[in-house]
Design a protein around this ligand. Sequence first.
Ligand SMILES: [Zn+2]
Length: 310
Amino acid sequence: MVRASASTATRSLFLVALASCAPERVHDRAAFVLPAVKATATAPLVVHDVPTQVARADLTIAPSGLVETMRDADLPVSLVDEVDDAFVWRVDLFAHLRAGDAFSVWHRDGTLVAASVPIRGDAFMVARYDGDLAPVGFYDKDGLGMTSALRSRPVDLGRITSRFGQRFDVFTGAAGFHRGVDYGVAVGTPVVAVGAARVKSVGRSTSAGNFIKLAHAGGYESAYLHLDRIDVAKGDIVGANVVIARSGNTGRSTGPHLHYELRLAGIALDPLATMPSSTVALGPLARREHLAFIKQLQQMEDTHDGRTHR
Ligand SMILES: [Zn+2]
């Protein structure tokens, strides 16, 4: 769903010469309140947009899941949505994170500043870029934006009940191939277009129930099955993240869920294994600024005490 981005809190601008920004000099929160350093004539100027009150929480995902883990740590509930929003165009966190995984969240006054999560064994860190050299938003540690043409999942915080791949048919018991991902969501859950698209078809069948197929740029198609209510018609042009339907339990379905499929040139893809590429990247100067900021965040201590960050 379309959400307004979190408001930018008070900004403090510091002019810092690159030469004075050596990592060993910025190892705690004090780094954020260093007085401005006069730039030398030769070093390129970097305008740091550094928050003055950032808290860091290092957490381990409990068996109950990411949402419960953050709630149990007394982190603001709104942060869960912000973390999800920061990643959902590149990767579905809920499909990858497991109990026992370590992850870190940096926030300021309840607004997400950065997050680092393990994806396939590598730390995937994103941080908000708040400067003047590029659009404000989340970027990864390579300076790539966290937006893409297709979001990883068509529902908010959907629990995955069946993945893409070989499985036994729940009706016949026969081995078969599941060409999509099932999200166990209550009837009436908003279903969004994973990307800007033309509505290719809308219909009803005994197996798929009420369904929508969308045609996206680049030969991608997405399909949404077992819907309760459909809000679009064939030929409509829809924007990314726009609600197109409500999930249901229609057709050949054993319970309320959304079956979602993604195809490229007619071939079914595993939506959870597909890592869409970013459509935005920071320029060289903004990238240096962003990486210096990430380095400062990484060198912070865990400041979370589980009580004061509601
Ligand atoms: Zn399915």
